[in-house]
Write a protein that binds this ligand. Structure first.
Ligand SMILES: NC(=O)c1ccc[n+]([C@@H]2O[C@H](COP(=O)([O-])OP(=O)(O)OC[C@H]3O[C@@H](n4cnc5c(N)ncnc54)[C@H](O)[C@@H]3O)[C@@H](O)[C@H]2O)c1
Length: 219
């Protein structure tokens, strides 16, 4: 029985969310810390690598996924994968990079992400100064193709990329619906702290993952 009893369908704005999920949406942040291999970060650039460092800081070993093989190699060598990284992330990040708790691979290695619990998406959303959604659409498709009724616990997708309000829902939730996947049942989707997204459930998720949780905070 959930702590919120039979009102879950109302609280989360989605039908049956609690009945298929082994982890309540508000507990994903804690599960992230408690489950080895739970965190994937798509794009190991400025935002994505910063997320990996923030996770490492609280003892969570995240896996980066990037189409840039040189960046992947740098991460696995314990180096910050872009220039100016020390100024951007601070000296402490250099130490954390070398602990061996951060790894990366390319997205063609589906086994690296197909069972992940939380996907932080930090791919570019601009090209030549214009909004550009191809990378987000591609990554979203790759993650959603790991979802479905066979998964007891729906994976969580948090879009950290910069998007104007409404785009997370338009891109990610539409792609989920096109695959017959329902928010809160087969997948959980939330936008960033800044841009929102995912409806009432997205808010529950953002609070779960980004606020101090079980003594951990990396916001
Ligand atoms: N840099 C900032 O100050 C900042 C601040 C807030 C938000 N953002 C937003 O965060 C997002 C990422 O920005 P960034 O500065 O980290 O970009 P970045 O260029 O530093 O890193 C993006 C990474 O994504 C990888 N990538 C591209 N397509 C991919 C795919 N299909 N699968 C996997 N990886 C892929 C790239 O190879 C690159 O390593 C953007 O939406 C940006 O607007 C950036």
């Amino acid at each position: 029985m959930s702590p919120r009893g039979s009102d879950d369908s109302v609280s989360y704005g989605c039908r049956a969310s609690m009945h298929n999920a082994a982890i309540p949406p508000e507990s994903y942040g804690k599960a992230l810390g408690d489950t080895p291999g739970a965190a994937c970060v798509w794009g190991v650039g400025h935002i994505g690598y910063n997320t990996l460092i923030r996770l490492a800081e609280v003892g969570i070993a995240g896996r980066g996924l990037d189409i840039d093989a040189q960046r992947v190699e740098a991460v696995n060598d314990g180096r910050i994968p872009f220039s100016g990284g020390v100024e951007w992330l601070g000296e402490e990040a250099v130490t954390l990079s070398r602990t061996g708790s951060i790894s990366a691979t390319t997205p063609d290695d589906r086994t690296a992400y197909e069972t992940a619990l939380v996907h932080f998406v930090s791919v570019p959303t601009e090209l030549d100064g214009q909004p550009w959604l191809e990378a987000l659409e591609r990554v979203t498709g790759q993650i959603l193709d790991t979802c479905g009724p066979h998964r007891v616990t729906p994976p969580l997708i948090i879009v950290e990329s910069t998007l104007v309000p409404g785009i997370t829902d338009r891109v990610v939730l539409t792609a989920a619906r096109d695959r017959g996947l329902a928010q809160g049942v087969h997948v959980l989707v939330a936008g960033s702290l800044g841009s929102g997204g995912g409806g009432p459930l997205g808010l529950v998720i953002r609070r779960s993952v980004w606020r101090p949780n079980a003594g951990r905070s990396w916001a």
